[in-house]
Design a protein around this ligand. Structure first.
Ligand SMILES: Cc1cc2nc3c(=O)[nH]c(=O)nc-3n(C[C@H](O)[C@H](O)[C@H](O)COP(=O)(O)OP(=O)(O)OC[C@H]3O[C@@H](n4cnc5c(N)ncnc54)[C@H](O)[C@@H]3O)c2cc1C
Length: 260
């Protein structure tokens, strides 16, 4: 396959790894379609400084429009991912830094003390999207080029890392025996190995998101009961955390800490 660069030069290779995000031109070039659905929410993301220590604990408030997640950074700093409906996102984005800091402090119930918002914020409309194939025509897709999920439960980047570790393993194995690293069989194996991990995470995150948005009481009750049990039962909580970072089944060698 041939990649034409903006500089006018071109590169020929047996395999291109498309890690170029949700609007991937590699995916388009490979002729791979995507099944996608927009969610009715936008994630507002920013960093802020605060006066009380976070003790390296990430705190997530579940609101009617989605999670409000505080992610600890080194020192007295945190990242914020605030998932709200489109209208609220526009209103919040119109606030200046001082007014936004007050609003973040209110929504975080002041658990981190006084907040000062740092310059630079991003607004990300949420969507769920999965490529119909994760590889075709000498292109393998990794990360959001292959799958996009709402930022709930911190799964997106982890999925992308497992994609990268899996294609690296398949390519290293093919090279060791002098095989074609872009062969159809290798691309098919990559798609097979990533499909269930991506499908199960996408389903779980989508269901959790829908359970936040629904007014249907039994669904809300089930979610509440689930979160209560996770909070109360230590081994269950730790197992879920382990599974969230690295699934126990079919993990690529790099994710198990082994060499390629
Ligand atoms: C608000 C928010 C919070 C999130 N929080 C979490 C979290 O807590 N945990 C988690 O695991 N995941 C989280 N995610 C998901 C995570 O950010 C994504 O899964 C991850 O960034 C995807 O990485 P990527 O490399 O596939 O795509 P991107 O991060 O989009 O990177 C693609 C890169 O390709 C470049 N590119 C695109 N086209 C071209 C081109 N033609 N030429 C050259 N370069 C190009 C882009 O400039 C970009 O740098 C969050 C996402 C959002 C929106």
């Amino acid at each position: 396959m041939t990649v034409s660069l903006a500089s006018g030069t071109s590169i020929q290779a047996r395999l291109a790894i498309g890690a170029d995000g949700r609007n991937s031109i590699c995916r388009i070039a490979a002729g791979i379609d995507v099944d996608s659905r927009a969610c009715p929410q936008t994630a507002l993301a920013l960093n802020f400084r605060h006066t009380r220590p976070h003790h390296n604990v990430s705190t997530e408030f579940h609101t009617e429009t989605g999670p409000f997640t505080l992610v600890p950074l080194p020192g007295l700093r945190c990242g914020l991912v605030c998932v709200v409906d489109r209208r609220q996102a526009e209103d919040l984005n119109l606030l200046d830094d001082a007014a936004l800091a007050e609003e973040v402090e209110r929504r975080s119930h002041s658990i981190l003390g006084t907040i000062t918002v740092e310059p630079g914020r991003g607004a990300f409309p949420l969507e769920v999207a999965t490529a119909r194939s994760f590889a075709a025509r000498r292109v393998a897709l990794v990360g959001e080029a292959a799958h996009v999920i709402p930022p709930i439960g911190a799964q997106g980047l982890n999925l992308g890392l497992r994609d990268a570790a899996t294609i690296a393993e398949l390519v290293a194995t093919a090279r060791r025996v002098g095989g074609d690293v872009g062969a159809e069989a290798l691309l098919a194996a990559y798609d097979r190995r990533r499909r269930s991990d991506v499908a199960s995470r996408t389903l779980a995150v989508d269901l959790l998101n829908r359970s936040l948005l629904t007014d249907f009481l039994p669904f809300q009750g089930l979610r509440g009961l689930g979160l209560y049990l996770i909070d109360q039962i230590g081994p269950l909580r730790r197992a879920l955390m382990r599974e969230g970072i690295a699934p126990s089944s079919n993990a690529p060698r790099l994710m198990r800490g082994e060499a390629l």
